[in-house]
Ligand binder design. Structure first.
Ligand SMILES: [Fe+2]
Ligand SMILES: [Fe+2]
Length: 168
């Protein structure tokens, strides 16, 4: 999207642009998750990150499938929002000395990522349906369901132990 040329003219252009945004985000998350697996101390948190890493590989593939179905070129557009969320989480993680406080920080950072993904997929699904692409919406819904489940799992781990230990 250029500064002087308005490249997004239609709802369909907007849908494809946003698909490229989440494609960029998923790829960025794929690169960030192994470090989070490494930094987490709690075995359950580590396992949750590892499981979501595997799911994220599937998310990238499903987004590519939607590009194919919709006849749009699979390419990324830089998403400063996810860059900011991940940069901030890495910065905070680098400043936390205590392992238990770090686990709470990592879970919170991951949930910020999940919520970003949830807002994007929610919008993409609504737009796909509006554009008559219920087929694309169904594929995107599978990603959204996994983001929501990952978020719920992290809430459970954080509230049942990470936050309690971090506050002790
Ligand atoms: Fe994802
Ligand atoms: Fe995710």
């Amino acid at each position: 999207m250029g500064l002087f040329s308005k490249d997004i003219k239609t709802m369909d252009d907007l849908f494809v642009h946003t698909l490229r945004d989440i494609y960029y985000a998923e790829k960025r998350i794929l690169k960030a998750l192994p470090t989070m697996v490494e930094k987490a101390s709690d075995p359950e948190l580590k396992a949750a990150f590892r499981a979501h890493l595997a799911e994220t590989e599937g998310h990238v593939k499903r987004v590519e499938e939607v590009f194919r179905m919709h006849g749009a070129e699979a390419k990324t557009v830089t998403c400063p929002a996810i860059d900011g969320i991940i940069d901030e989480s890495e910065e905070i993680a680098g400043e936390v000395a205590d392992k238990e406080v770090l686990d709470a920080a990592l879970a919170a950072a991951a949930q910020a990522v999940e919520h970003y993904e949830m807002t994007r997929y929610g919008t993409l699904i609504a737009w796909a349906k509006r554009l008559g692409r219920a087929d694309c919406a169904a594929v995107l819904q599978r990603n959204l369901d996994e983001e929501k489940a990952a978020d719920r799992k992290l809430t459970g781990i954080a509230e049942s132990k990470l936050n309690i230990r971090a506050a002790e």
